[in-house]
Ligand binder design. Structure first.
Ligand SMILES: [Zn+2]
Ligand SMILES: [Zn+2]
Length: 248
């Protein structure tokens, strides 16, 4: 049994079968929902924007490549693991589809769930599962849905942090290229620890966090805190406004 999450080192509930905490599982869940949207954007970015032909421009020794390599690096086929790179000349990581498919295969092998199959005579055969069966095919949206459905299992395994780290890195690479970032919203109650108006809610994080101090609240804790402090603060603000009006 672990006491702490192997991804964020946050405390786990007593006697939890988890290796990854609920908050880290939530982040991976949002990344797997976000990836199919990037997949569409990256396909649009694959063709370089050549622009109109210009007279008198600087000549090139070679014709430009017909694709944008940084998008192809993410969309293309590839190895599940990185190749040996003794000269340090590889810059890209594993593309999206092989990375997700590799994890689906790894998860299937790790779970070692037997598969029951009925033959044409009605006899049931139980065999070892050879690989993931993904509804809609092994394209990025199907793979994301498949992995998402097994996250609760993955978050109990000793390799959870590898999955977490690799998907986090993948999202950084993809967001850099598509110029997107998770939405962050400011919350309208002060921080319970430092009293600053600095609480924010990030799209891919379960907790409401403070940008100044280490305060971290679940959505339910935030709602409770807001309900406790805001009525008094609102009436105080109204009294101050009324006093200022009278003085003017
Ligand atoms: Zn965690
Ligand atoms: Zn704070």
């Amino acid at each position: 049994m672990n006491d702490i999450c192997i991804s964020c080192f946050g405390r786990l509930p007593d006697d939890s079968p988890r290796t990854g905490c609920e908050a880290c599982e939530y982040s991976v869940h949002t990344w797997l929902r976000e990836l199919p949207r990037h997949w569409v954007l990256l396909q649009d970015m694959l063709r370089p924007d050549t622009g109109p032909a210009r007279r008198g421009g600087i000549g090139r020794a070679h014709a430009p490549l017909p694709v944008r390599l940084e998008a192809l690096d993410l969309l293309g086929p590839g190895q599940v693991v990185l190749l040996d790179d003794p000269h340090g000349d590889q810059t890209a990581g594993v593309p999206i589809t092989p990375l997700l498919y590799g994890w689906a295969c790894y998860l299937t092998a790790d779970a070692d769930v037997p598969v029951a199959r009925r033959d044409t005579y009605g006899t049931i055969h139980t065999t070892r599962c050879e690989g993931p069966w993904i509804r809609g095919g092994a394209a990025v949206p199907g793979l994301c849905r498949w992995l998402d459905a097994y996250l609760h299992y993955a978050a109990t395994r000793p390799w959870w942090d590898d999955l977490y780290e690799q998907l986090e890195l993948l999202l950084h690479r993809v967001r850099r290229l598509t110029h997107t970032r998770p939405v962050t919203r400011a919350k309208d109650a002060p921080c319970p620890q430092c009293s600053a108006w600095s609480l924010v809610e990030k799209e891919d994080e379960l907790h409401v966090t403070c940008t100044i101090c280490p305060a971290r609240l679940t959505p339910a804790e935030y709602d409770e805190h807001r309900a406790a402090v805001m009525p008094a603060l609102s009436s105080l603000a109204l009294r101050i406004a009324a006093t200022q009006q009278t003085a003017a």
